[in-house]
Design a protein around this ligand. Structure first.
Ligand code: ATP
Ligand code: MG
Length: 698
């Protein structure tokens, strides 16, 4: 297991080695909070202070819990498959397990079942209340019910609480309360059987622990040490469960960053984190400021983003200090429309991959899941593998559903394979579903192949931790992952919402779609300044995911050839780079690309009409080609000035683009570029070839 202390800084060391009891790590992004708690658990186990299976580590998303599990496994103390070890789970998964175990004893014969979705029952209640029953409206009503339940508010208290919280309501508060009450009633059948939603798991588990002393004793002798990551996002109902777990004990370590609170709209309250030492006066409170994740360039931008924040959380921020060597400056880019933005991002992704950055170390992050589509398409066209994070996309895939059925069937066989044979048997099962020995061609077949390969890699990983792993354990692991929405890691570029990216990190991050209305999202703008602050924190979460390469972009319209209708995000104000020559803020696509403002470049902007036509009928250039293109345009504008003629009479943009991508090495090659006749060749040929050669040298 080894020593888990030698590469910690003094503050991290203090948190890791603090005696059992309340500990609170309050620190910014990338300072090693998650690392600190996994090390702390490992250290307590090493010291014999606690058994691994007495530790319950919780967090909020299945992905974050998965991340914690893999870090714990790497330290040799995680649980894998069915083997014992530290439990790292979401609040919901932990409660689900406990409820399954304790329910029969606590409640007896009535049965319960977890609902897939609350929409059907909400729909029934909404119809009865004569409200709009469109999917969108039902989703909004369901969100209100979720917020209320997470906040420990029942139907009778809803209207008042919603007014106090300034909720953006889908219907009059009394009507929402009526739907809420109808929904709660509909979950209980005539013979008393129950349907549970996710919040019910927490509510009933808490209730059982509070009501039944015998069960509470059994639970508390089993789990003795509690750890919560991302504690800024805890809701009152989760906090209630945590308290019920603890009883009158205080063996609790929490870590969080109030400036990354991004679930207030769903009931999260950073106050539990910020008031921790009031709740536990003996708590050891540790603050970390060294950012080990990101380059100083990324850290500087992150500090500026959160520096503009307002409110209580903002008052607790500490300026991050970057620890890594310097790297490239974050880049900003503007596009006429989303397809152009996506094409340019994908061209840069291809360039990074060609430069040796693994695809799995690259992420594209956006505000709402619907934004992924244009990137999925562009990546597919470029034949770059990707995975979509957040949601159950992986387990909803046809080949994966088939694979789960095959694995479950094989697990029920008399003597299911295990140990060294497992992977070969699995391959044989998956072969008919598309797992050919070599990666096939064709986008569909490739993506099927990639997801099946992820299953093989997961089995291999689990085998590494439990050499006896069998088909049965594998089937259980897959089912629990599919219930928890925790897909295996796939090689390939990650596409993720900003929310689902919390806690994670990549070498290269593309923050896309940064327009006002997306980041901050329009309903936050309509709701309140607090809601806009939450969006700012979400933006901060996005910026701080990047280790080295960070690129921020936005598009002025949604569709190709669309009219400009959007503006760049207000959060970009004060962040954009300045002109290399005159230090004025760079505005507009061209200036951002060249680093020189329009007035210094001396090239008058073409009329708006031409911009739209040019940029929507041509693919964006790869970065190196764009640089050459700009160099050629600079030369052209100087030449045009000298002759006192319009620039296009020297060369058309189209010709310069072709030169930038074809890179003719001599006059013979230049002659083949369309738009270059003998006169132009004689007049400008040498100059153009020299610029191309210079670009190759640089
Ligand atoms: P977030 O707020 O985004 O969840 P965090 O505070 O949990 O961030 P971690 O994910 O634990 O940060 O750590 C960020 C990165 O820095 C990880 O790659 C981690 O391995 C690395 N790191 C943390 N502490 C150190 C250290 N003392 N020395 C070297 N690397 C470190
Ligand atoms: Mg973390």
């Amino acid at each position: 297991m080894g020593d888990h202390l030698d590469d910690l800084d003094p503050e991290q060391l203090a948190a890791v080695t603090a005696p059992r009891g309340p500990v609170c790590v309050l620190a910014g992004a990338g300072t090693g909070k998650t690392r600190t708690i996994t090390r702390r658990i490992a250290h307590l186990v090493d010291q014999g202070q606690v058994n691994p299976d007495q530790v319950l580590a919780v967090t909020f998303t299945a992905r974050a819990a998965g991340e914690m599990r893999s870090r714990l496994r790497a330290l040799g103390i995680g649980s894998a498959g069915s083997s014992a070890g530290v439990q790292a789970q979401t609040f919901h998964a932990a409660a689900l397990r406990q409820l399954r175990y304790f329910w029969p004893r606590a409640v007896g014969n009535t049965r319960w079942e977890l609902m897939d979705s609350k929409l059907p029952l909400v729909g029934r209640a909404a119809r009865r209340a004569r409200l709009d029953t469109s999917t969108e409206s039902l989703r909004d009503l369901a969100s209100e019910i979720e917020w209320a339940k997470a906040s420990l508010i029942g139907p009778s208290g809803y209207a008042q609480a919603a007014a106090r919280a300034g909720r953006d309501l889908p219907a009059p508060a009394d009507d929402v309360a009526k739907v809420f009450a109808g929904y709660e009633a509909a979950k209980i059948s005539e013979d008393g059987d129950r349907l549970f939603d996710f919040d019910d798991l927490l509510i009933f588990t808490t209730q059982i622990l509070l009501d039944d002393a015998g069960i509470a004793d059994e639970f508390r002798s089993r789990y003795r040490c509690f750890v919560v990551d991302e504690y800024q996002d805890v809701t009152p109902v989760q906090q209630g469960l945590l308290k019920a777990w603890l009883g009158d004990r205080d063996d609790l370590t929490v870590v969080g960053d109030a400036n990354q609170t991004i679930y207030t709209f769903a009931g999260a309250r950073a106050e539990y984190l910020l008031n921790f030492s009031r709740e536990y006066p003996d708590a050891q409170v540790v603050r970390l400021v060294r950012d080990y994740r990101s380059t100083p360039e990324v850290v500087d931008l992150a500090n500026r983003v959160i520096g503009a924040a307002r409110g209580r959380a903002a008052g607790t921020r500490l300026e991050l200090v970057g620890q890594r060597p310097s790297g490239p400056r974050p880049r900003f880019a503007e596009y006429p429309d989303e397809p152009a933005e996506a094409a340019a991002a994908v061209a840069e992704i291809a360039a990074l991959i060609a430069d040796g950055v693994p695809a799995s170390e690259i992420a594209v992050l956006y505000r709402v899941n619907a934004q992924s589509q244009v990137y999925e398409q562009a990546l597919t066209e470029a034949q770059i593998p990707y995975q979509v994070r957040g949601g159950d996309a992986f387990f909803a895939r046809t080949e994966i559903r088939q694979a789960l059925r095959e694995v479950s069937a094989a697990a029920r066989a008399d003597d299911p394979p295990s140990g060294p044979d497992l992977v070969e048997s699995l391959r044989a099962l998956l072969f008919p579903l598309g797992l050919t020995p070599d990666e096939p061609s064709g986008a569909e077949a490739r993506s099927r192949w990639a997801s099946l390969t992820a299953l093989i890699e997961l089995a291999e990983e689990l085998l590494g931790h439990n050499p006896e792993l069998g088909m049965r354990e594998l089937a259980t692991e897959l089912v629990s992952r599919s219930q928890a929405g925790h897909p295996p890691t796939m090689r390939g570029v990650t596409l993720s919402s900003l929310h689902a990216a919390k806690g994670l990190e990549w070498d290269a991050v593309f923050l896309v779609g940064l327009t006002d209305g997306a980041v901050p999202i329009s309903h936050a703008i309509d709701a309140s300044p607090d809601a806009v602050e939450e969006e700012r924190r979400l933006f901060y979460v996005g910026v701080t995911r990047a280790r080295e390469h960070l690129r921020l972009s936005w598009a002025l319209s949604r569709n190709e050839g669309g009219r400009r209708g959007r503006r760049k995000s207000r959060f970009l104000n004060g962040l954009l780079p300045t002109c290399e020559r005159c230090s004025s803020t760079l505005i507009g696509a061209r200036a951002l690309r060249t680093g020189i403002c329009d007035s210094c470049s001396g090239d008058r902007r073409p009329a708006t009409g031409t911009t739209t036509r040019r940029s929507t009928t041509t693919m964006p250039l790869a970065p190196a080609d764009a640089e050459l293109f700009d160099a050629l345009r600079e030369w052209r504008s100087a030449e045009a000035n000298r002759q006192e003629k319009p620039a296009y009479t020297v060369f058309a943009d189209k010709t310069l683009r072709e030169i930038a991508t074809d890179r003719p090495a001599d006059l013979g090659q230049l002659q083949r570029v369309s738009g270059i006749g003998p006169a132009k060749l004689e007049r400008y040929g040498d100059a153009v070839v020299a610029i191309v050669a210079k670009a190759a040298d640089g």
